[in-house]
Design a protein around this ligand. Structure first.
Ligand SMILES: C[S@@+](CC[C@H](N)C(=O)[O-])C[C@H]1O[C@@H](n2cnc3c(N)ncnc32)[C@H](O)[C@@H]1O
Length: 259
């Protein structure tokens, strides 16, 4: 009798797990998403689309729409003071869009734009990052050069960022991160990279400032990103209250300034 019950449990457990999986996850563009914060009715900023879609890399992904529309509506239009930073810039595809957006909508303010990358690719994965499925998602994956980043700006006739900082996020001196920061985009993929991004930037954020983090998914290629956000924000007043596609958004509270 006991053996039969154990056998039954063993047979039912995977079915129950897969039911749980289909219940708690959906997919956006092939990525598993987090349903509790997922915006159902995100509408892109019409001006952003009109001015910037033309320059989009290949096709215009929904997540870029969300990123740029949020920056315009919630930082520039509301005049939240501070710099714009991107941690994990690779060849500068998103950095160039950030520059275009600032050129188009933030002319009078002249906000500084700073980008950060090792240009040597990713650091090592940790257990929080789960299994590696593609060769380029491990140590040294996605390596590029600063020259290539600069070249992309030059060829597009765009002004270079005010700071192009080369090194691993945690090793770059604190003084090289501007203060205050109004808007931050974290795209370092891995647990340690996202955690270090928060360590360097969180306490410099203006009240009402926004941190958007890529790879906020329940599993996918980089599950460590979501874990790092949750670990860093534990005990702090902020949470990811809104997400779209695979970007999670954190709004810095007025009362919080500690690390
Ligand atoms: C997914 S790519 C960034 C893509 C870019 N944001 C875009 O939209 O085109 C990830 C980048 O983060 C960089 N990176 C990851 N972890 C890092 C760390 N801890 N320190 C410095 N750079 C890091 C990698 O070198 C790589 O260029």
């Amino acid at each position: 009798m006991r053996r039969r019950r154990t056998l039954l449990r063993a047979l039912l457990a995977p079915a129950a797990l897969s039911l749980l999986h289909t219940c708690s996850c959906e997919t956006v563009q092939g990525h598993p998403i987090v349903t509790e914060c997922q915006l159902q009715n995100f509408t892109a900023d019409a001006e952003v689309e009109a001015k910037l879609k033309l320059h989009a890399p290949r096709k215009w992904p929904h997540k870029l729409d969300y990123l740029l529309s949020t920056l315009k509506r919630r930082i520039i239009d509301r005049q939240i003071p501070g710099a714009i930073v991107e941690l994990g810039a690779l060849d500068g595809t998103t950095s160039r869009m950030l520059r275009r957006l600032l050129d188009e909508f933030d002319k009078s303010n002249n906000r500084p734009l700073h980008i950060y990358d090792s240009f040597k690719g990713l650091p090592s994965r940790r257990t929080e990052d789960g299994n590696q499925t593609r060769p380029e998602d491990g140590k040294g994956g996605m390596a590029t050069t600063k020259a290539r980043f600069v070249d992309g700006f030059t060829k597009s006739s765009l002004r270079l960022p005010d700071g192009i900082h080369e090194g691993f996020f945690g090793d770059i001196p604190a003084a090289d991160y501007p203060s205050p920061i109004a808007f931050a985009f974290f795209d370092g993929d891995l647990y340690s990279s996202i955690y270090d991004s928060f360590r360097q930037v969180y306490h410099k954020m203006s009240p009402g400032g926004i941190i958007m983090v890529h790879d906020y998914t329940v599993d996918g290629l980089f599950p460590g990103a979501k874990r790092a956000i949750e670990d860093f924000l534990r005990g702090k007043p902020e949470r990811v209250r809104e997400c779209y596609s695979i970007i999670g958004t954190v709004v810095k509270k007025r009362s919080s300034s500690s690390r």
